[in-house]
Structure formats: structure tokens, C-alpha cells
Design a protein. Structure first.
Length: 141
């Protein structure tokens, strides 16, 4: 996420062949909308991505459209309320796998989530970040 510019917005961010994009339902976010923003975590100095509105979904896929494995990611929830987030992985067959996490509210520290083996062969992963911020998305192909 280090390539995201703090204080600006982008409809998609690419790194190492992976694309993090923002969507409104099934429609991609475009340049005229406030999509993916960046914040700097003061403790870890990491760059965190967060949505321009709570109606946006995030989606990660390889630019080559090949399968990949989701290892882990870190989330910070600056909101006072605890958030439940459902990650949905699309499999090559068209079916899906899901992984639900609970992100404690009002936490200045990053919370790490390790993904189950069912996310070992996906073509994309999507989720609604709500008011949370994400960084260190660990993916392998």
C-alpha cells in the first residue's frame, strides 16, 4: 500500500500484479468519484487504504486473472462500534467461499486476520470495509 498517496483518491491501486479496486455494487468506481483513500498509521508508519464512502466494496484480483491465495491482512477500526466484515472469495468454478471477521471498535492498533485454506485458490476477493482501514494484504500465486 506504500504507493497510495495520502490525501488523494483513486478508483484502483495496483502493486505486484494485484489490483485493489473499489466498487459500488457491481459497478467499478470511476475517476469522478471518491473511491480509495490512504491514511498513514502513526505507530507503524504503514499506509492504510479506506473507502470514500461506506457504500463502496473493495475487490482484489490479479491483473492476469489467474488464481491466488489470500494469506492475511491487517485492519484498523477507528470507529467506536465493532464491525463484522464478510470476505467473499470467488473460485475458478464460479462458486464462492466466505470468511467472516469481527473487528473491534475504537482500536488504534492494527488487527491481523489469517485466512482459512478455503481462500487458497481464488480469482478474486471482495468485502465491504465499512469504516475500517486495511493494509498489509498478503497474497501469493
Amino acid at each position: 500500500m506504500s504507493g497510495l498517496d495520502v490525501g488523494t483518491s483513486t478508483p484502483a491501486y495496483g502493486e505486484d500484479g494485484y489490483i485493489l479496486s473499489a466498487r459500488i455494487g457491481l459497478r467499478p468506481c470511476d475517476d469522478g468519484q471518491k473511491c480509495i483513500f490512504a491514511a498513514r498509521d502513526q505507530q507503524s508508519k504503514r499506509t492504510l487504504a479506506f473507502p470514500g464512502s461506506e457504500s463502496l466494496n473493495f475487490n482484489v484480483a490479479l491483473q492476469s486473472q489467474q488464481t491466488f491465495r489470500v494469506r492475511s491482512l491487517k485492519i484498523r477500526n477507528p470507529d467506536r462500534t465493532t464491525q463484522s466484515i464478510m470476505f467473499v472469495g470467488k473460485l475458478p468454478s464460479g462458486s464462492t467461499t466466505a470468511y467472516a471477521v469481527t473487528v473491534r471498535g475504537n482500536m488504534p492498533d492494527l488487527q491481523t486476520f489469517i485466512f482459512p485454506d478455503s481462500f487458497g485458490d481464488v480469482v478474486s476477493v471482495s468485502w465491504s470495509p465499512k469504516g475500517t482501514q486495511v493494509t498489509d494484504i498478503r497474497l501469493t500465486h
